[in-house]
Design a protein around this ligand. Structure first.
Ligand code: ZN
Ligand code: ZN
Length: 97
């Protein structure tokens, strides 16, 4: 399901096979997040690690990967700053968007 929806790492755009895909809970289940598609994001292994660290560095620039930014990456609710970070990340792998 998640692979069908996303198909790529939502941070770097790398195409993912089912085996390479990490499903990350945007809000951890331990802190009240639900185990549902709206709370899951597909990531490659390095960016799954990055999501748990809270940020990622791409071409020398640090991008925060807060739950809000991750939600913005899958088109969910986020504030303006988080949406802007998500747009920047997206621009990196979808320049025609
Ligand atoms: Zn990635
Ligand atoms: Zn995770």
């Amino acid at each position: 399901m998640l692979l069908y929806r996303d198909g790529r790492c939502l941070v770097c755009g790398r195409l993912l096979t089912l085996r390479a895909m990490h499903a990350h809970h945007i809000q951890s289940v331990g802190s009240g997040g639900e185990d549902c598609l709206e709370n899951l994001i597909a990531l490659c292994a390095p960016h799954h690690d990055a999501a748990h660290r809270g940020s990622v560095i791409l071409d020398g620039k640090r991008y925060l990967l807060t739950p809000g930014v991750l939600r913005a990456l899958i088109g969910g609710e986020a504030d303006e700053e988080e949406r802007e970070i998500a747009r920047e990340l997206r621009r990196r792998y979808a320049p025609d968007e």
